[in-house]
Design a protein around this ligand. Structure first.
Ligand code: UD1
Length: 367
């Protein structure tokens, strides 16, 4: 059985690593990786391959930048050539980025079965590009592997037959479990000169937060207040950095006392930083899950989350329509331990990819 797994953007690398490892353990599976090129820099892509021990991709499509339509269309054209050449038995897509939808659409049109890993998540916000990618990908996939119970309900509500849906766990947590041993010795906090458990980490890259001058100015004000109570480390995503520069705000960010503005980090460095943080503030999807697993408090600066289990059971707090005051109030409550107890959600145990590989073999090889 030949499987082509698609990666494009940073979070995909973290999700595909354990899947490729699980597939490669079976002699009757040939596992190949296609990298669309959506993220292409060493800091957004190369370092993840290295640290997560993913082999060089079998195909690199070299598509990046452009509008959503250009990016999606160009990936589709290039991926069609790969499918024609490889004639795979199954395509694996993960998450919700443009590469996910583009490749799923090509495969389904060519009658190749598609499995979507991390299916069924819904924010309910159709202005997010990722929400459209999720809905579309799920509606054309043959198999849907989900990370939490809410995703099962979402898919059933959209009339997906239950036989397609498998609550397999969270492959992003597989990578975290696998890599913790390598992250543990990095002591990235002491290298950055901040006290263990005495600092906060912030990540921001969603268009809704960083694509306007108003959004970035609000973020700047939040950072000025947060840094009065604890040092803040801010690894800056390229999209955010580009916008900070284009709105001529770089100077304003760089003079904030107690704020460490650093380039986007490698996977191991980021995990090491989060593990010893007092609090993480983010608008990322994956970081909400990683903090829940690591039992580190998290504030999500968005009006919704597609990952409600991180709120209901985990360490995450949603802060819609945030203001400087609301962020500061919640931060103070969290830092003085006035918040909730938390649990790690079911099946977030490091074995999701192994379960997925076994279900795929049952369905496509042993049946
Ligand atoms: C993409 C995903 C988002 C995911 C995020 C993780 C979509 C719609 N969005 O957002 O869901 O959370 O990745 O990082 O697919 N850039 C670089 N180097 C790179 C990659 C990007 O400099 O290696 C810059 C480019 O200037 C580019 C910008 O970042 O224009 C945005 O990249 P893009 O792929 O459009 O989306 P992200 O914002 O990264």
């Amino acid at each position: 059985m030949k499987i082509l797994s698609i990666v494009g953007a940073r979070p995909n690398f973290v999700k595909i690593a354990p899947l490729h490892r699980a597939f490669s353990a079976y002699p009757d599976i040939e596992s190949k990786i296609v990298h669309t090129g959506q993220h292409h820099d060493f800091i957004m892509s190369g370092i993840f391959f290295k640290q997560l021990q993913i082999p060089r991709p079998d195909h690199f499509l070299g598509i990046n930048g452009g509008t959503h339509t250009q990016q999606t269309a160009q990936i589709m054209l290039a991926f069609e050539e790969v499918v024609l050449r490889e004639n795979p038995d199954l395509i694996i897509v993960v998450g919700d980025v443009n590469s996910t939808l583009a490749c799923a659409l090509v495969a389904v049109k060519m009658h190749i079965p598609v499995a979507h890993v991390e299916a069924g998540l819904r924010s309910g916000d159709r202005t997010m590009p990722e929400e459209i990618n999720r809905i579309m990908t799920d509606s054309i996939s043959d198999l849907l592997f989900v990370t939490e119970q809410s995703a099962v309900q979402n898919l059933l509500r959209e009339n997906v037959p239950s036989c397609k849906i498998h609550l397999a766990g969270n492959v992003m947590i597989d990578s975290l479990v696998y890599c913790q041993q390598y992250a543990d010795n990095l002591n990235i906090d002491s290298k950055l000169g901040v006290p263990v458990n005495g600092y906060m980490v912030i990540t921001m890259h969603r268009p809704a937060n960083v694509d306007s001058i108003a959004g970035l100015t609000k973020l700047l004000e939040v950072l000025k207040s947060l840094t009065v109570i604890r040092p803040v480390i801010f690894p800056v995503h390229p999209r955010t950095l580009k916008n900070i520069h284009s709105f001529q705000l770089f100077n304003d960010f760089s003079v904030v006392q107690n704020l460490k503005l650093i380039p986007a980090l490698g996977y191991l460095e980021f995990i090491s930083l989060v593990k010893n943080a007092a609090l993480v503030i983010t608008d990322s999807g994956g970081v909400q899950e990683e903090t829940t697993y690591l039992q580190i408090p998290c504030i999500t600066l968005r009006s919704n989350t597609e990952r409600p289990v991180t709120i209901l059971e985990g360490t995450n707090h949603l802060l819609p329509d945030f203001t400087v005051d609301s962020v500061m109030q919640l931060t103070r409550e969290i830092l003085s331990n006035k918040t909730k107890n938390s649990n790690i959600p079911p099946c977030w145990d490091g074995n999701a990819a192994v379960r997925i590989a076994s279900i795929l073999r049952e369905k496509y090889i042993n049946s």
